[in-house]
Every structure is written in structure tokens, then in C-alpha cells.
Design a protein around this ligand. Structure first.
Ligand code: CP
Ligand code: NVA
Length: 312
């Protein structure tokens, strides 16, 4: 089958990916989700293929969704726990990439230092997928946009308001992803925790940044994430003093003035801090469909990068 959309060699960051490639991944993920819904299984297009899951940080969703994605597509994944490989300490990322790529057909890596995923990709002849770094979380953004598309039926012209730490990996990838699909972004974050100006320069999205909670007015999607990300634990006390006004609670949902607004959070959540139980478990919440869609959206990455299925 031929495709006019250029193939990806890795999935590291959204600035490396065009809007048509991003849309191609969304469509392929939707097809694979539909295939499994209809037939109870996917075609085993990754039979005989394997994926290394290399983790420097904890994970539930990323680890399990990639592992099950490989199983569903007929392949195999193996988990390398934090501390086991010693990426950048016991062994350089360049050497890890050259060794692992002799054993398996793809590498998914969750790292602290973003340069490590870049270095893995530079030295690996097999595709590398960024499963979160301190800088970005492009797999999360793919699944999140997939979820909004599935639920709302459109993306162009929608507004996503992100409340909380606007400088973190999830916010960065959402800002980049929104630009691929014509969504607007309103970042509502305290001074000092607003997006890096370089990220705002790189995105095609129309982004406004404010520390005023009225920034959520008109939002179709209200998104938050933890105030203290993995690796920032020493800053937790300070962040707990700064962020409470930015809690995603019922008053903030009402402040959108949009009765159809949906609420999203990448999880894990610190319930009672950045989001209340009432909202996380309430009628606007997409938290669990969003988590489940990690599986379906990432299958598109696996089918394309490891299985050679073209983007269309
Ligand atoms: N959202 C997300 O990436 O979850 P994990 O940290 O559990 O993988
Ligand atoms: N910003 C969070 C996302 C976790 C999926 C973190 O990096 O800890």
C-alpha cells in the first residue's frame, strides 16, 4: 500500500513531526482500536518483533500500555527497570542503543535527561520512542488528542486550557500537539511555572499564557497534571505553597462557562491537590478513557515504526 505521508523513523518529540504525520497516527490508532472492538483482536502485524521498555522512572500506564500494545499486535516486549541498565552512568546511551538494537526491533525509553532519548535515537538503527523525559511526553499528548477527537468528534477550533505547572513535560507536549490539529491553548499557571518561550516559538498553536484563573473561560478541554513531577521531589514543599489556587475543582469547571467542557489529567493524580475527587470522578471527567487510549494511540506508533504500516 502506498502513502503520500513520509514515514517516521522515531517518535521523540512533536517538533519532529508534521501535522499530516500526527493526523496519520491518530487515524491509524482509531483503525486499530476499531479493529480490536469489532474482531476482539488485532491482526498480528508485529509477529516475531520485540520492543525494549527502558525505564529510569516509575510507570503504570506507559509500561503496561506499550507491553499490551505489543502483545495485541502479535509481538513481545521486555521491561528494564530503573537502575537495571544505568543509562548514562553504568553505560552511555550510545552504547545502550547499539547493544539493544541488536536484540530487538524498537526501544521505548523513559528518562530524566531528554538528551538521553535523543542520543539513543542517534545511535540506534531501530526506532526509539520517547516514553517521557523531563522535557516532554509526546505519547501522552498523542493519546490525549486522540481522546478529544474520539469524544468531541472534531479538533480544529477547540480550546484546551491547561491549569497548573505550565512548564512541565505534559504541558509542553500538549502545546506542541495542539498546533498539529488546529487547537488553541490557554495556559493558566503561576509566574515561574509558565512555558519556556522556546516551546511557544516552536508550536503552531495559538497559545495564551496567564496566571489569572479567568484564562479557563471558554475552554472545551480543562487539563491538569501533578504540581511536582518525577524528579522534582525536593521542590514539593515550595510547590505546595504556590499551586493551591490552581486546583481543578468544581468552581474551576464552572468558570469555563461551558457545560460541555471535558476534564483531563494524564495520571497519576494527587487527588485533593491539583484535582478534587468530585471532578476526577464527575460527569465531565475523561481521566480513565484517556488512560485507556494510551494503548490504542500507541499501537499506531508500534504498527508504523516497527511494522512498517504506512500513515495515511
Ligand atoms: N501518564 C503516564 O505516563 O503514566 P505513567 O507514569 O504511569 O506511565
Ligand atoms: N508531569 C508528570 C507526568 C507523569 C505522567 C511527571 O513527569 O511526573
Amino acid at each position: 500500500m502506498s502513502s503520500s505521508i513520509p514515514a517516521l523513523s522515531d517518535y521523540l518529540d512533536l517538533d519532529d513531526i508534521t501535522s499530516e504525520q500526527f493526523w496519520g497516527l491518530l487515524r491509524l490508532g482509531m483503525e486499530l482500536k476499531e479493529e480490536r472492538r469489532r474482531l476482539g483482536q488485532n491482526t498480528p502485524i508485529l509477529a516475531g518483533k520485540s520492543l525494549a521498555l527502558l525505564f529510569q522512572k516509575p510507570s503504570l500506564r506507559t509500561r503496561v500500555s506499550f507491553e499490551m500494545g505489543m502483545v495485541h499486535l502479535g509481538g513481545h516486549a521486555f521491561y528494564l527497570s530503573p537502575g537495571e541498565v544505568g543509562l548514562g552512568s553504568r553505560e552511555s546511551a550510545a552504547d545502550v542503543a547499539r547493544v539493544l538494537s541488536g536484540y530487538c526491533d524498537g526501544i521505548m525509553a523513559r528518562v530524566f535527561d531528554h538528551e538521553h532519548v535523543r542520543e539513543l535515537a542517534e545511535w540506534s538503527p531501530v526506532p526509539v520512542i520517547n516514553g517521557l523525559s523531563d522535557f516532554s511526553h509526546p505519547c501522552q499528548a498523542l493519546a490525549d488528542i486522540f481522546t478529544v477527537w474520539e469524544r468531541v468528534g472534531q479538533l480544529e477550533g477547540l480550546t484546551l486550557a491547561y491549569v497548573g505547572d505550565g512548564s512541565n513535560n505534559v504541558a509542553t507536549s500538549l502545546i506542541m500537539a495542539a498546533g498539529k490539529v488546529g487547537m488553541k491553548v490557554q495556559i493558566v499557571a503561576p509566574q515561574g511555572y509558565q512555558p519556556d518561550p522556546k516551546v511557544l516559538e516552536q508550536t503552531d498553536a495559538d497559545v495564551t499564557v496567564t496566571d489569572d484563573l479567568d484564562g479557563v473561560v471558554g475552554a472545551d478541554v480543562l487539563y491538569t497534571d501533578v504540581w511536582t513531577s518525577m524528579g522534582q521531589e525536593t521542590e514539593r514543599e515550595e510547590r505546595l505553597r504556590i499551586f493551591p489556587p490552581y486546583q481543578l475543582n468544581r468552581a474551576l469547571v464552572e468558570r469555563t462557562r461551558n457545560v460541555n467542557a471535558v476534564v483531563m489529567h494524564c495520571l497519576p493524580a494527587h487527588r485533593g491537590e491539583e484535582i478534587t475527587d468530585e471532578v476526577a470522578d464527575g460527569p465531565h471527567s475523561l481521566l480513565f478513557p484517556q488512560a485507556h487510549n494510551r494503548l490504542h494511540a500507541q499501537k499506531a506508533l508500534l504498527a508504523h515504526l516497527l511494522g512498517g504500516i504506512p500513515l495515511q
